[in-house]
Design a protein around this ligand. Structure first.
Ligand code: GLU
Length: 414
């Protein structure tokens, strides 16, 4: 039976609420989104008929600042996935010290079966319908699974038209020409590598002798691979939705990228063993990066994980039961809302620049990203080392939820 991610997010929250001794009212309000908006998008398809798509926006919490979080286009999207992801965004922004709350959006659709024109219509309809609920000081979406800077450009245009204003800070992850930043595309993958670099220091693993496996070859996995190689880490396995490739002698990122670009898949990549996605996760390596979707490390495969570090590039890749097993097996987890926070930290830089009319150099952007994530990592590690018998995810929760709880109290909401 598949795990409901929202139940999972609530279980994680309940644990930390007990740990922090939060009072009843505060618990109640932090267990659910503040607003959940659900609607149907109808567009005329290229072939003439009407196509409809359920759509969601979950505005989880705005005690620390405007709601912030991506929009996913995915055939398996559900209301509860969006709810869970919006909770994780809240903790992610709090953990990294951003003046932002958490939200998430989703549209149930299969982008692989839609034309560019249809995707444009869906994006425009989404932003138009939500125009009164979004904005630089209300709720700021960004790209996520199967959405990108072009999606943001279409949404920005529809939003500005509807609200009759220019508001570049209403969306982040935009094309550079429209107020985006050169660093944003790689920021999540780079952040995975920054936090893993700190974990390697802590565990005394030499990056030049380390191996990594990257599950997922989207925006996160791809750039994580690129930046791992820069650190001297050898990548020995990759996967995409068609399956996995593995070679213990290493597969160069450039070669994997070139092949993927030419063939649109990693399938049949030369000089590598073909594996399933599940088999890939169980190979021996130092660093395992699940960078695709949620719930891939569960109680059924957690015992077989041979990695020393799991760097969660994806949101929610490990179930609560798997966490317990991995903790007992001494696997060091860099939890998703720390490990993949580079994306939203980069979004925050973009938003701040849009609001002030500045544009940072790529060096400044990446240096700041490094500073914010390194600090966040060590704050979590300190808590992990001072508290007894908790894992890194629980430590991250303690830091993040406390910040949101304090903000809620200061505002007099509870
Ligand atoms: N979708 C990314 C995430 O899950 C980025 C969100 C954002 O930039 O607002 O963190």
């Amino acid at each position: 039976m598949s795990v409901n991610p929202f139940i999972q997010a609530q279980k994680q929250f309940d644990w930390v609420a007990n740990q922090l001794n939060l009072d009843k009212e505060l618990r109640k309000s932090l267990r659910y989104p503040q607003n959940f908006i659900q609607f149907t998008i109808r567009i005329r398809g290229d072939k003439g008929g009407i196509k409809s798509f359920p759509a969601f926006r979950s505005q989880y919490n705005n005690a620390l600042g405007p709601y912030k979080g991506g929009i996913r286009f995915h055939p398996d999207e559900t209301a509860d996935t969006v709810r869970a992801l919006s909770a994780w965004m809240t903790w992610k922004c709090a953990l990294t010290g951003l003046p932002l709350g958490g939200g998430k959006g989703g549209v149930i659709c299969n982008p692989k079966e839609l034309s560019e024109n249809e995707l444009k219509k869906i994006s425009q309809a989404y932003a138009k319908k939500l125009a009164k609920d979004l904005g630089p000081w209300k709720d700021i979406p960004a790209p996520d699974v199967y959405t990108n800077s072009q999606t943001m450009a279409w949404m920005l245009e529809a939003y500005e038209k509807k609200t009759k204003q220019s508001a570049p800070g209403a969306f982040t992850g935009k094309p550079v020409e429209l107020g985006g930043h050169e660093g944003r595309t790689e920021a999540t993958g780079l952040g995975v590598v920054i936090t893993t670099r700190e974990a390697m220091k802590h565990l005394k693993i030499n990056p030049k002798k380390a191996t990594a496996i990257i599950q997922g070859f989207g925006n996160v996995g791809k750039y994580a691979a690129k930046h791992f190689e820069k650190l001297g880490v050898k990548i020995i396995g990759y996967s995409d939705s068609s399956g996995a490739i593995f070679n213990s002698r290493g597969i160069k990122y450039e070669d994997a990228l070139k092949y993927k670009n030419e063939h649109t898949t990693l399938k049949d990549f030369p000089n590598a063993k073909a594996l399933t996605n599940n088999q890939l996760l169980e190979q021996k390596c130092d660093i395992l990066v699940p960078a695709a979707l949620e719930n891939v490390i569960t109680k059924s495969n957690a015992h077989n994980i041979q990695a020393k570090i799991i760097a969660e590039g994806a949101n929610g890749p490990t179930t609560v039961q798997a966490d317990d097993i991995l903790y007992k097996d001494s696997v060091f987890i860099i939890p998703d809302f720390l490990c993949n926070a580079g994306g939203v930290v980069g979004s925050y830089f973009e938003w701040a620049q849009n609001n002030s009319g500045e544009h940072w150099t790529l060096k400044k952007y990446n240096d700041q990203l490094d500073e914010v994530l390194t600090n966040a990592f060590h704050t979590v590690l300190d808590t992990f080392e001072t508290e007894h018998k908790i894992n890194m995810r629980q430590a991250a929760y303690m830091v993040a939820v406390k910040k949101v709880a304090d903000a809620m109290k200061l505002r007099g909401r509870v």
